[in-house]
Design a protein around this ligand. Structure first.
Ligand code: WTA
Length: 644
């Protein structure tokens, strides 16, 4: 397991915010005296009422609570906008690059401030108050950032739903958090194709009585029905609003947003993040992990529908007064050189993307990359899933020409910001390793019984103690929060990931150890896909597992048992794939459906997923003990008809 080591490039080391000695010293202080450390670094924000309390945390299952800076107050939007006006009002805050390469825009901090104030006033006028939930279902257009910040300005809690989710998925999220407003667009545009957002929202809203108003951004100009008294256009409601709007004073622990994410069981949970600690952590990690310097152009290719877009397109960069590029399109439209063309066009210095994008572009060879200059690039980043060493090397050598460090950042929706990562000026890199913990983060590996493992070893990844960006609860279900994260291994936050630690103390994330799968960096619960499948009239039973996929990281493999008398035809297979797309969204489409006359179950009726995973992986030698199955012969049938 001797990985190649890439030392910090000299050019990076020269001006880096942090070198190794400084990392060691800061890390030591951060874990030995978190209160002093974060008490100091919390000052990077502007507080309305400065905090005197820094931290109050308990992981005791009987009393889980997490509070940071809890007697302070601030406004998140004012920290991302107002405080920059005097020094950088005319600096570009957001560079927007449209789906069509001829479509772009530059929005200064002053301009963004005014747009946010107008939208905030419009929302207040419609009765949205502090604490109300507002659903945002938008494409990657500047109005997405404007809407997020407008919510933050008036103290409303946003819940963004990724534009690729179906009406059903949208509706259940709106209902769970009882949103009073939905902000959407007529249509989205991705790779030249239209996404019917308003039509989807209308379908979702058939059964969402809490929603009083819908604001519709005109993106394509496509004709969409507008419901009298409920729907209005963004440009109409914002047009005559004042360009000033008093920010709401928020306690550090007042909610900022809810973001739904998948777990191993049940429906997606509403991860709740609050204001003060979240913004301290997002802004601090953005600055240190990307070694961000004033004036640099920073591009994170994520969608604001995922946590990466929240923390590293909008909140972290804007709190730091950065120039953040927001991209509406996809990596292969109009050509597979698109990323590299955009980097040259806007002179991007820092580029942060997902391994699945790297792998899909790697397949196209070096030529589409080499057509571009990429001389502006200084730092590369990776997020969302483990990056395989082959993709890492290609990213490093071909995209970065061997001169740009790659920060492989491990974190989760729940963590609010990056927890394990190299720092460009401090950390020697090993391809495929997220390397070392960020300040204040104490990873540990435990065995199945919860015993802490020491030295070079492999186990389940937990985090001891808290960090300011940690989620505070599951919206409306604190008990689920406690059960999911704090009962498996007492006294620790359990991540759900497996991990290896090498002799240098570097961490290597090996993937989820629960029933969550990661498809093209999109996180999904196998249980959600199963329940969509069994909702089809012809399906009696379904079991879904992940399997290794060259481009997506993991693919979706579904075993389906039909209702007696139904014919397993190719037409039905297509129908079921389409069915899952409409139930959940295109990202959940099964890659493989295998007809399964029976599923391997224990005598007590529990499906043995371990066996299904092995069959999907084509790894029959390692099936393990099948003697406890109620009917061992089903396994032979599944192997015989694998992938068919
Ligand atoms: C996985 C995305 C390896 C991991 C920010 C985690 C990673 C899940 C990495 C969270 C990485 C994320 N290396 N695995 N650098 N980053 N993951 O909530 O399994 O969408 O638990 O947050 O993605 O996915 P989520």
């Amino acid at each position: 397991m001797d990985a190649q080591v890439f030392p910090v490039p000299e050019a990076t080391a020269k001006n880096a915010l942090v070198d190794d000695a400084k990392y060691q010293a800061m890390y030591k202080q951060s874990v030995e005296d978190p209160t002093a450390f974060w008490g100091e670094h919390g000052k990077r924000l502007d507080w309305i009422k400065p905090y005197t309390q820094v931290k109050d945390v308990s992981y005791d299952p009987h009393d889980v609570h997490i509070k940071w800076f809890h007697d302070g107050s601030l406004n998140v939007a004012a920290n991302c906008l107002d405080r920059h006006l005097a020094t950088r009002g005319d600096q570009v805050a957001i560079i927007w690059e449209g789906d069509d390469p001829n479509d772009d825009a530059k929005i200064t901090y002053r301009d963004l401030y005014e747009r946010v104030c107008k939208m905030a006033n419009a929302m207040r006028e419609m009765g949205v108050k502090k604490g109300d939930r507002v659903c945002i279902y938008l494409p990657m257009i500047p109005e997405a950032a404007v809407s997020m910040l407008a919510c933050a300005r008036i103290g409303a809690v946003h819940s963004i739903v990724f534009g690729g989710f179906s009406p059903d998925s949208l509706g259940s999220r709106i209902k769970d958090s009882e949103c009073v407003m939905v902000i959407t667009a007529d249509e989205g545009l991705r790779g030249g194709r239209k996404v019917p957002l308003k039509t989807n929202a209308d379908k979702a809203l058939e059964d969402c009585p809490s929603v009083k108003n819908v604001i519709v951004v005109r993106r394509t100009g496509g004709a969409v029905p507008m419901v009298e008294g409920r729907d209005s256009y963004y440009h109409d409601v914002t047009a005559n609003q004042p360009a000033e709007c008093a920010p709401e004073e928020m306690n550090a622990e007042d909610p900022l947003f809810i973001l739904y994410t998948s777990g191993s069981t049940g429906s997606p949970k509403g991860v709740l993040h609050t204001s003060g600690g979240y913004l301290v952590y997002a802004s601090m990690t953005h600055e240190y992990v990307f070694d961000y310097k004033d004036g640099e152009i920073y591009w994170c290719t994520a969608d604001v529908g995922w946590v990466t877009g929240h923390s590293y397109i909008v909140y972290g960069p804007l709190a730091n007064g950065a120039t953040s590029l927001m991209f509406e399109g996809i990596p292969n439209y109009p050509s597979v050189s698109r990323f590299w063309d955009v980097i040259d066009k806007h002179q991007v210095n820092i580029f942060y993307t997902a391994p699945t994008a790297i792998r899909s572009l790697m397949r196209e060879g070096e030529e589409p990359v080499k057509k571009s200059s990429r001389k502006s690039l200084r730092i590369l980043g990776s997020v969302g899933e483990p990056i395989n060493p082959e993709a890492w090397m290609w990213y490093y050598n071909v995209v970065g020409e061997g001169r740009c460090p790659i920060v492989d950042t491990w974190w989760q929706t729940e963590t609010g910001g990056i927890l394990i990562t190299p720092l460009p000026g401090a950390t020697a890199l090993k391809p495929g390793s997220a390397t070392r913990p960020f300040f204040g983060v104490q990873p540990l590996l435990v065995d199945a019984e919860g015993n802490e493992l020491s030295g070079a070893t492999e186990g389940n990844l937990c985090i001891a103690d808290s960090w300011p960006g940690q989620m505070r609860t599951v919206y409306g279900d604190h008990e689920r929060f406690v059960q999911t994260y704090f009962t498996t291994y007492k006294g620790y936050y359990f991540t759900g990931d497996g991990c290896r630690r090498d002799e240098d103390g570097y961490y290597w994330i090996t993937g989820r150890v629960d029933d969550v799968i990661n498809v093209s960096g999109h996180r999904m619960g196998t249980a959600e896909i199963e329940s969509a499948l069994v909702a089809h009239a012809k399906v009696a039973e379904a079991a879904v597992v992940g399997y290794p996929h060259d481009i997506k990281g993991q693919g979706i493999y579904a075993y389906v048992t039909l209702v007696a008398g139904e014919e397993p035809t190719d037409a039905l297979r297509k129908e079921l794939v389409g069915w899952v797309r409409t139930e959940i969204g295109p990202i959940a489409s099964p890659d493989v459906i295998q007809w399964a006359p029976g599923l391997p179950k224990t005598r007590s009726g529990k499906i043995m997923r371990r066996i299904l995973r092995k069959i999907a992986e084509n790894d029959f030698g390692a099936l393990g003990d099948t003697s406890t199955l109620a009917d061992p012969s089903v396994v032979d049938d599944l192997i015989e008809n694998r992938g068919a």
